[in-house]
Design a binder for this molecule. Sequence first.
Ligand code: FES
Ligand SMILES: [Fe+2]
Length: 367
Amino acid sequence: MLAHSSALETGAAPPATPDEALDPDAMRQPLGDAWYCVGRAEAISGAKLRAVELNGEQIVVGRDPSGALFALRDRCPHRGMALSKGRFDGASLTCPFHGWRFGTDGRCRDVPTLSASDAADFSKIAVQRFPVSESAGFVWLNGHLGRQGADVPAMPELGFTPRGSLVVELVVEASFDLTTLSLVDPGHVAFVHDSWWFRPSKELREKVKTFQPVPHGFVMTSHATTTSSPVYRLLGGVPAVEIEFRLPGVRLERIEAGPKRVANYTFATPLTRNRTMLTNALYWNIPGLNLLKPVARPLMRQFLTQDQQVLQHAQAGLDRKPTMVLFGQGDLPSQWYFRLKREMLQAQGEGRPFRNPLTRQELRWRS
Ligand code: FES
Ligand SMILES: [Fe+2]
């Protein structure tokens, strides 16, 4: 029997049992060793550099001559200059301050101001390199320094070839945990997202949904009914909907109706301790939907802005008193988030595989 209510410190899990020697500060931070979305892959092409922020770290991302992504700390070791402000010829980055040159592997290749008679050896100088990858049309970064864990949650993939996509990004002045909770919180939808196009009925209805564990997260499966959102009805028929949450802050909504596929993916990225990026990507394999893009973009932005506004106000309240009361079955997914995060931290700390602590469960709430 799971407890249905508990008081939490912001970003902290339910009270730790004595044998859990977990640094409470680690629970308040976003997971260090994990993949985070840092922008669209197509925005980085040719000899373009892109400065991104992840967990308080400034990182410069680009592509080497083979097209492979690289990510380096955006800080010249000489005097701290941002390398993203410098020149990139496709193979090496030149710092704009004194011209030190670095390969895409981070190693210093040249210090042009050195005299030929100077014995100083620049080959030992290097810029920190970060693991970077590409998936579902986005760039994913792992900002963890030191040994990488073997059991890091997989980056989201798209199970079909998209015929179109729509991406909206929004910065929320709130912590990563608070923002990520909004991805698994069914209770806010009726109050925050009450736009006619998303939720035509104003009445709260009883919901019964089955949740089950998946690697590093949980999934809710259901069949949409004809009373559901017009967005689902656009697809025709009775679409099957599956919503997966996966650590560190990934929500994957997959909608299927016959051969038609729509995916609505949301990613949370910690920029700093109190600023989080929300990225929403909608993909589809139905060519006709491309015509709706000019209408859909402002609606998607409106939807994300609704979350942004309420999260910022809630963060202000949590800044004054950092406790939450997670209450009732509608808040269980929020509790699960903290349990998954805690297990991930423990597994990584002990160097063992992640063991999903969740079990299959039916939840009831009104929304
Ligand atoms: S700060 Fe980069 S070369 Fe001096
Ligand atoms: Fe929301």
